[in-house]
Design a binder for this molecule. Structure first.
Ligand code: AMP
Ligand code: ZN
Length: 664
């Protein structure tokens, strides 16, 4: 077997394992084995760039950055669906159909997935483009992002047609959604409202490696194209499944509207067991010949109908509105309800989001309210039953003082949330910040948990995270449920945290909006905490991907004298507040102020290595050529449009050798 065959063989194997894992949900090798194979392939691809394949499984991790998504016209229009809400609606629809077509009519029932609709075009079995629905006539080309979704096949199997579009929905399963929100909460950010908006937002991220990190899934439900050789919708689904697409198994072929209703009733009850959100059923005339005869109205196919599930609602009494204070001081109003059963769980609390939400709905303590459960984790209040309102109830006056420390609340221009500004003295903020500091993704302090932190604060042994480093074993032992050994471990765990690298320390400080990724960027760019402390808003905004909101928050944080003191103390204890010497050695300022565009395939180093070298030496990387570009580093197969643009703008084009000599 020659090298090319060997590379292709591993690619094929990886494709099959990807399929087993992401489409069939039944992996047959361990994650470790998969990673090893992937590494092997990466190695070979780097060594033999002449066998580059834009659909290689190694490209699933993303990395390409899109500034503006190109608008493309759909080959076949993406229609909307008519809605129905009752058996009568469906019988009326059937009557209309029977007037227009002859013979028996059968139906395919599918679930209506609630995500972002997508149209994928395949040619010769290879994914050509992925386009959002847009206005149905044209949408945005989001191919680079969609390629990172593991259940989207980049190459098909079996007897697929030469060219076709396949439509489906990009969804974010509940589990992944909750995990993402957990991470956002840890970073002091607002959690995302629901999986659907988060899924569609994910398709429009500029950095595809960010999309790659999101646990998105792609469910397919219809094929369009000429000469596909398929005669029914149900067969459509079965074929697509054979070509390697993820086609949900819940779909069913039925013979009558009564059977459609059975399907609807079944899934209305059981849909909550599915891993992703659904909001109804889509019923399609099964025979494609009949579909053709029925055609389309201006807006939707005549041969399909959506049946919307009723949102699960319950009404109950609102006993009290209480207010929670988060670690960043953000206030969240919470509705405490008379317990009521909703979608299989008992609901006692619901989020009220913020003051505007309460004012908009005019919610008052004592009201009877409607509670709904959507994709959100916490149920929400959607309205007040005004018929049941007791006229003696007082309008809600939003608190203007912190419920925990009585400090006057503030609300920044343009923000929905109120904040308690008592950074130093507000108990839940103090405890929350230290809990964040010790958490797994931050300083990962072994032997110390959230409850112990609360206890240490209560006993006045610590009031901030720097105090941790002065804790003595003897002080800890007398605490509740502490023994000599656990006290020892606690002190040891704190000691060990002095080894944690700077970027994680920066995240641990708990600066609002500075999550893991932002902390990494800042650490890499500034290298020393003192430089970050001194940075102005304008300077911070100049750092790649740091927006004004983050910049302001960083400046605000270090404007607080107490925070500067904490940093100095951490430094004196030996906590890592700069990039380690070892890491620094591989970094220089040689390319400072220069912007590079990297294009094509390289021989000595991989594209990613090349990009890393640019960044490590202080240069910036951009995805498109503009007058701001300093150099284009060109490898083999550089795109012709890039070449032309570089020439027009007089941007110097250098090859790999020339680049490497710049930094050596
Ligand atoms: P609507 O947005 O309410 O007009 O509904 C139409 C949308 O439903 C389509 O654009 C699809 O994104 C979505 N949809 C979800 N599941 C299905 C399905 N099984 N068949 C067709 N469309 C579906
Ligand atoms: Zn407070």
């Amino acid at each position: 077997m020659n090298i090319e065959q060997q590379i292709n063989k591993i690619r094929e194997e990886l494709r099959q394992h990807n399929y087993n894992y992401y489409v069939l949900d039944t992996p047959i090798i361990s994650d470790y084995e998969f990673d090893m194979k992937l590494k092997e392939l990466q190695g070979l691809e780097e060594k033999y760039p002449e066998f580059y394949d834009p659909n290689s499984p190694t490209l699933r991790v993303g990395g390409e950055v899109t500034k503006n998504f190109e608008t493309v016209v759909h080959d076949y229009r993406m229609y909307s669906l008519d809605n129905s809400y009752s058996k009568e609606d469906l019988l009326d629809w059937e009557k209309r159909i029977k007037k227009l077509v002859d013979g028996e009519v059968r139906y395919t029932c599918e679930l209506k997935y609630d995500g972002a609709s997508i149209s994928l075009t395949y040619q010769k079995g290879v994914l050509l483009k992925a386009v959002t629905r847009g206005d149905g006539i044209q949408g945005d080309n989001v191919t680079t992002n969609v390629k990172t979704i593991k259940s989207v096949p980049l190459k098909l199997k079996g007897d697929f047609p030469y060219r076709f579009d396949i439509r489906g929905e990009i969804v974010l399963p509940y589990k992944g959604f909750m995990k993402m929100n957990q991470e956002r909460i840890e970073a002091g950010e607002e959690p995302y409202a629901n999986p659907r908006n988060t899924a569609s937002g994910s398709l429009k991220l500029q950095d595809s490696s960010e999309t790659a990190k999101r646990p998105l899934d792609c469910l397919l439900y219809s094929i369009v194209g000429e000469k596909t050789g398929i005669v029914t919708q149900f067969e459509n689904l079965e074929k697509a499944r054979k070509w390697g697409f993820k086609v949900p198994e819940e779909s069913k072929m039925v013979n009558s509207i009564d059977e459609v209703l059975e399907f609807v009733e079944f899934w209305d009850k059981n849909r909550h067991d599915l891993p992703y959100e659904t909001d109804g059923v889509v019923i399609k005339v099964n025979d494609l010949q009949q579909q053709d005869e029925l055609g389309f109205t201006a807006k939707a196919p005549r041969w399909a109908m959506a049946y919307k599930f009723k949102a699960e609602q319950a009404s109950t009494k609102l006993n009290e509105i209480t207010y929670q204070v988060g670690r960043t001081g953000a206030i969240t109003p919470v509705a405490n309800l008379e317990p009521v059963s909703l979608a299989g769980t008992t609901v006692k609390r619901a989020s009220l989001h913020n003051a505007d939400q309460i004012a908009k709905l005019d919610i008052r303590e004592g009201d009877t309210v409607f509670v709904e459960k959507g994709g959100e984790i916490i149920p929400k209040i959607v309205g007040v039953d005004l018929d049941k309102r007791d006229q003696s109830l007082n309008p809600t006056i939003y608190i203007d003082q912190c419920p925990e420390c009585s400090t006057s609340l503030v609300r920044k221009e343009g923000e929905a949330q109120h904040y308690c500004p008592n950074f130093e003295g507000c108990p839940p903020q103090i405890v929350g910040r230290i809990q964040h500091y010790i958490s797994r993704k931050a300083m990962d302090i072994e032997g110390l948990g959230g409850e112990t932190v609360a206890l240490l604060v209560k006993e006045k042994l610590i009031t901030n995270y720097a105090d941790l480093y002065e804790l003595k074993k003897e002080e800890v032992i007398p605490l509740e449920r502490m023994a000599e050994k656990s006290a020892e471990n606690l002190v040891l765990g704190i000691e060990k945290s002095k080894m944690i690298p700077f970027e994680r320390v920066l995240f641990a400080l708990g600066i609002r909006y500075v999550g893991e990724t932002v902390a990494k960027k800042l650490a890499k760019h500034y290298k020393f905490i003192d430089v970050i402390v001194a940075a102005t808003e304008e300077e911070l905004v100049g750092v790649d991907e740091i927006g004004i909101k983050i910049a302001q928050s960083v400046v605000d944080f270090f404007a607080i004298e107490e925070n500067k003191n904490l940093i100095n103390r951490l430094k004196s204890y030996g906590v890592q507040l700069e990039v380690s010497a070892e890491k620094l050695a591989s970094q220089t300022d040689m390319l400072k102020g220069q912007t590079f565009v990297v294009s094509g395939v390289f021989e000595k180093v991989s594209r990613n290595e090349l990009k890393k070298m640019i960044e490590d030496n202080g240069g910036k990387i951009s995805s498109s050529i503009s007058s701001k570009t300093s150099f284009v580093v060109a490898g083999a197969n550089m795109g012709p449009s890039k070449l032309q643009k570089a020439n027009t703008l007089n941007i110097p084009i250098i090859n790999e050798e020339e680049f490497l000599s710049k930094i050596s």
